[in-house]
Design a protein around this ligand. Sequence first.
Ligand code: NAD
Length: 390
Amino acid sequence: MKLDRKLKMGMVGGGPGAFIGEVHRKASRMDGQIELVAGAFDINPDKSRQMGKQLYLDPKRVYGTYKEMIKGELKLPVGERIDFVSVTTPNNWHFPIASDFLKAGFNVMCEKPMTFNVKEAKALQKLVKSSGKVFGLMHNYTGYPMVKLARDLARGGELGEIRKIVVQYPQGWLATPLERTGHMQASWRTDPKQSGGAGCMGDIGTHAENLSEYITGLKITQLCADLTIFVQGRKLDDDGNVLLRFNNGARGILHASQISIGEENNLAIWVYGEKKSLEWHQEHPNYLYVKEPDGPLQVWRRGNGYVGAKSPAAARATRLPSGHPEAFIEAFANIYCNFADTLRAHLAGKKPDPIVTDFPKVVDGLRGMLFIETVLASTKSKQKWTPFKK
Ligand code: NAD
């Protein structure tokens, strides 16, 4: 199919007052490749329509439910109907929505954690394969240029054999029972029926797990976890510490927390190799620190030619010259960019250039769900090490 037009996007979730749907809307249009044309934006059909109005969408393309959206879009000719849907609802809805759209022949971009449990994740993986559709997962931190540079240095052997990985994601916003005030994002995240088996570890621990495997190319093989609920009456973990073992023998420490007062989104990673080590902080994402035994600390800064020379993927993920900061929305946009280019190739019946296929996929989503379930099993177990689930 010739595709000399913007890709047409639909959205489920992202209604009035929602957090991440709006980030997806901003990021997806950043490069002029994608336009939002349809949506079922809220669990409440009236609020979905209200959102559609706010976004000046054609009211005929604003639906009360995602099932109506599938039906309505299928009635439109190919080329007019959406090319893909972005799923930005709470976790319990990811699987039913993503699988119904895939079954109806649509491509999917889905929020993390990918599903509610491992069983659903495996079923989704099968479905993505059998449908032949493009599926992207929004582990947005892999979209940062300096994370791509870190990956290319670590996987390119610059650090030598990797010995140790320390990764953290502390936040402090759930240090009090915020969910009892009716706070929209806190309410579902602390509810096992909507969030899943884990709270904090599923919400942000999975980002840390994904980042450690993305940068190093290593796989976690065993772990020892200690999840805690600090806020009385809460049903899901709001803090967790995990010791990790990786498939090359490397050791790791991962901690995630939502009760660490004063912390905002302090995702950071340290990778220690036999020759060099590196360090990256999400709250200062334009810098990557490289350290060696007998030299000064190196600060690699986004947007410079030496970054692009080492990492074409980092150069591709860069929009602004050095010194003009890029951050969260641009990282989302980078995931959308690669997803869109892969989808364009797919729709044209061509093989995508390998550089554009660099975005998280269903296999990464399954790793995330296996991580959650292994952490839950380890927390319950008396055994020191729990093998990473398969
Ligand atoms: P939110 O509570 O702010 O928004 C959720 C929206 O989904 C609401 O508008 C709600 O009405 C709507 N919704 C719920 N069920 C629906 C349904 N069946 N059909 C249509 N709409 C429905 O939640 P949020 O903080 O935006 O999180 C949403 C998802 O995004 C979660 O899975 C979360 O883990 C993920 N998330 C990812 C990141 C990231 O950095 N990648 C950041 C935040 C949230």
